[in-house]
Design a binder for this molecule. Structure first.
Ligand code: BGC
Length: 799
């Protein structure tokens, strides 16, 4: 039976029952009508299928699965086909473990290096995030499994993520924050989209009619199911009316009941219910069909893909010629991360790997003469005098020292943001001591996000592995030994200091109203506009060989804008180069970034070999969101096309003219006009170091900025931390502690720290995830607001 027919045969109550989960990971089945239960699992860098305890924070165990590099690493490969292959492998494991929909990829943008969840996202650039996100979706879905792209939209900080309001001006919203989702939806057709926890310009994303109906379905033509992030749905009726199809997790009998009552009373249109039920039933139909398709799942082959992915994602930041290491060298392997690598992030994406490599074993497997010193404590990152002494002594008596350092788990995680961009003091002290003891020191960095590297001139080489998955240990050592030539390029800017970023210490915003003051000036867009030199620019990465570029050409026809150049491997070993194409408008009248990534292409070449690299440029390279009438525009005029090895390493340039009626874009070209807002928006036309003020943003936002949301009266959306002022509120805190007590027993200290932060930001409505009926939450809210009688009545009635 097709989904439409199945839904039309259901009663109102049955339809409503489909709109909330049956359990943490499953949707509601209606077997009598041929509707089975759909099974979901995280995502995104491997599968987290939980059989016994369930949670959305990575606390309980999950079935062993292949752990691939996380998105911040994978993006550095700039390799769509590799990302697609990783997606396909995750899809195969999903099939093998009876999962229908994988919760990922995440295509949220990186506003600041401090976001605790940056490791799970691809890039600071919407083009890269969109293209690689689409590749991941294609891969997953090629195996008869759905992908649920997340988190739409404006979910860019962890602090107060369940109650915050992302206040984003229209241009930034379209050009930066919606653009990656738009590309994924339009080109890869994900089965599902996950709505973010936060509010977007005043309205929760899960009940945002403009976002879900006008943009997602209306403009982008999305035909799949919208699913709330776990615990994100606030008001049931408003959510369904706005276009949310499925509220997760379940059971949420109260949600279905409220929807049914609203339809019966006429408050909610039956069409809205039908539509949501249809989308859920259609998701189930796709899952059912997917289960019938043939697949093979070979965990050994997946381990090989994970190895290749780790190799391709590694970025060589520095090398004075010490790398590759000679295989006769006596190596001092220093730092706990050599034995206990940091290879994935904490939170809902944490999976239990089938196998795990570590660099120390990889050195031994390669039969390198090596000795080990711990250097620092793996969990805290602290280094004692003895540990430093031992490491320095080992380095001094070895030919070379390799220090493994970076960010321990407790420095970055889902659920909270980093406060500073620094590495643990112990890691820094260790690098300095070892470099002083032996100048032939190589630093291998593990971590999900940029770190300040005040020591970066001291070592002879620096290799960045990010969080490189279960085969990262062997990948790192094979690169150090020259068995693999590194080819990764940074998909985000590595600033010298936090203060250099557009947001500095204003991130995370500690107010509930999170002002996106920097507008479109995220990452390299800001560094370029403000003229600030980063430690390592977007797109940067070294190789053991060299590449030369020549013979650039660009043609603009009615069919396409095509750019090409010849790349030659001018060095002595095989290597891969990612050619990046940036567009620079020469006569801009609206404000904008100096240059924008328009396309990229990766090519592998033998020594002396050349290849013609061809890239098609689409309208995303030129368009801007015109706030005057809410549509995309491209300005007529001259543009410079830059063929680059990084955003700051321009090798060749061409110029093109875009003329109305003669460019192959769906967006119509517009004549340039003198800007009307130049004076009012001067900080965005002439970007300066130091970021953007509230006043500048207020002028750009062009609507009154939202007032601070009052703490009282309390509502189901009030976070637990708001209640701390009242006696009863403190008791609510206790309830949270009690609810978490059993789970807490399973947690290590890092997880407990994450839970403390998450608990404080948790809205009262989240108690429903622990099985507390929503009516009891409402009763509690009444009591907290002093309405004792009605509150107690609600609690008693439902307890
Ligand atoms: C995360 C999602 C995840 C979900 C289920 C949420 O806390 O934000 O990314 O898919 O939990 O685990």
């Amino acid at each position: 039976m097709d989904a439409g027919a199945a839904v039309s045969s259901l009663t109102t109550a049955e339809k409503a029952s489909l709109l909330a989960g049956a359990s943490h990971w499953k949707s509601v089945p209606i077997e009598s009508h041929g509707i089975s239960s759909v099974t979901f699992s995280d995502g995104p860098h491997g599968l987290r299928k939980q059989e016994k305890g369930s949670d959305h924070l990575g606390i309980h165990k999950s079935n062993p699965a292949t752990c691939f590099p996380t998105a911040s690493a994978l993006a550095c490969s700039f390799d769509e086909s590799l990302v697609e292959e990783v997606g396909a492998a995750i899809g195969e494991e999903a099939r093998d473990q009876h999962v229908d929909v994988v919760l990922g990829p995440g295509v949220n943008m990186k506003r600041s290096p401090l976001c605790g969840r940056n490791f799970e996202y691809f890039s600071e650039d919407p083009y890269v995030s969109g293209v690689l996100g689409a590749a991941m979706v294609r891969g997953i879905q090629s195996r008869g499994v759905g992908a649920c792209v997340k988190h739409l939209a404006g979910n860019n900080q962890e602090h107060a993520r369940m109650v915050g309001d992302s206040v984003i001006d229209e241009r930034a919203l379209h050009e930066m924050y919606l653009a990656p989702f738009e590309h994924v939806v339009r080109t890869a057709h994900p089965w599902a989209v996950m709505t973010a926890y936060n509010r977007l310009n005043g309205t929760y994303c899960s009940q945002h009619p403009w976002l879900l109906r006008d943009v997602l379905r209306g403009e982008w033509g999305f035909a799949g199911a919208t699913i709330s992030d776990w615990g994100a749905a606030s008001e049931s009726v408003a959510s369904v009316a706005a276009g949310l199809d499925l509220c997760m997790p379940g059971p949420r009998g109260d949600y279905a009941d409220a929807v049914e009552r609203a339809v019966l009373s006429g408050e909610l249109s039956p069409d809205a219910l039908d539509e949501a039920a249809f989308h859920v039933a259609d998701l189930e139909r796709r899952a059912r069909q997917g289960r019938q398709t043939a697949y093979e799942c070979d965990y050994d082959r997946h381990a090989e893909i994970a190895y290749r992915a780790a190799c391709e994602s590694a970025v060589l930041l520095e090398n004075d010629g010490i790398l590759p290491l000679s295989s006769d060298a006596k190596v001092a392997v220093i730092g706990s991360f050599a034995l206990l690598p940091r290879y994935q992030g904490a939170g809902s994406s944490r999976i239990d790997p089938v196998r795990l490599d570590d660099p120390w074993s990889a050195f031994l497997d390669a039969r390198i003469e090596a000795d080990y010193a711990q250097g620092y404590d793996a969990a805290t990152g602290d280094a004692s005098d003895e540990q430093l002494e031992e490491a320095a002594a080992l380095a001094a008596r070895s030919d070379v020292a390799v220090v493994f350092a970076g960010l321990p788990d407790r420095f970055e995680s889902e659920g909270f943001d980093r406060k500073l961009m620094v590495m643990p003091k112990g890691h820094v002290a260790l690098i300095e001591r070892v470099c002083a003891a032996n100048p032939k020191t190589v630093v291998v960095l593990q971590g999900g996000s940029p770190m300040e590297m005040p020591w970066r001139d001291s070592p002879a080489a620096v290799l960045l592995m990010y969080l490189s998955g279960c085969r990262g240990g062997h990948a790192a050592v094979d690169i150090l030994l020259g068995r693999v030539n590194p080819s990764g390029k940074l998909a985000e800017t590595w600033p010298v200091r936090l203060q250099d970023t557009a947001l500095g210490r204003k991130f995370p915003d500690t107010d509930r109203e999170v002002l996106y003051r920097e507008s479109i000036f995220t990452g390299y867009r800001y560094f370029d506009a403000a003229g600030i030199d980063p430690a390592y620019p977007f797109g940067f990465g070294r190789s053991y060989t060299t590449f030369s570029y020549d013979a650039a050409a660009v043609s603009v026809t009615r069919d396409a804008v095509v750019a090409s150049c010849t790349v030659t491997n001018s060095g002595a070993c095989e290597g891969a180069e990612t050619v990046q194409l940036y567009i620079e408008p020469l006569q801009r009248t609206v404000f904008g970034e100096p240059r924008r990534l328009a396309a990229f292409s990766k090519v592998t070449l033998a020594p002396g070999e050349s290849a013609r690299v061809r890239m098609t440029v689409d309208e995303r390279a030129f368009r801007f969101w015109d706030v005057s009438d809410g549509s995309w525009r491209i300005e007529e005029g001259r543009y410079r096309v830059l063929f680059c090895a990084s955003s700051r390493d321009v090798r060749l340039t061409c110029e093109i003219d875009l003329v109305a009626g003669r460019a192959p874009f769906a967006v119509e070209l517009a004549k340039r006009q003198a800007p009307v807002d130049r004076e009012a928006l001067a900080p965005y036309y002439e970007v300066r170091p130091g970021g953007f003020s509230d006043d500048a943003f207020a002028a750009l936002y062009a609507k009154p900025l939202p007032p601070r949301r009052p703490v009282r009266p309390f509502t189901p959306d009030s976070p637990v931390s708001d209640l701390a002022t009242t006696f009863l509120g403190r008791q609510a805190f206790r309830i949270v502690d009690l609810l978490m007590a059993r789970t807490a027993k399973r947690m290590n200290d890092d997880m407990k720290a994450m839970m403390d932060e998450i608990a404080a930001d948790m809205p009262l409505r989240s108690f429903t995830s622990a099985g507390i009926p929503f009516a009891v939450v409402e009763g509690l809210v009444d009591i907290l607001n002093g309405r004792w009688a009605s509150g107690i009545a609600k609690v008693v009635r439902r307890s």
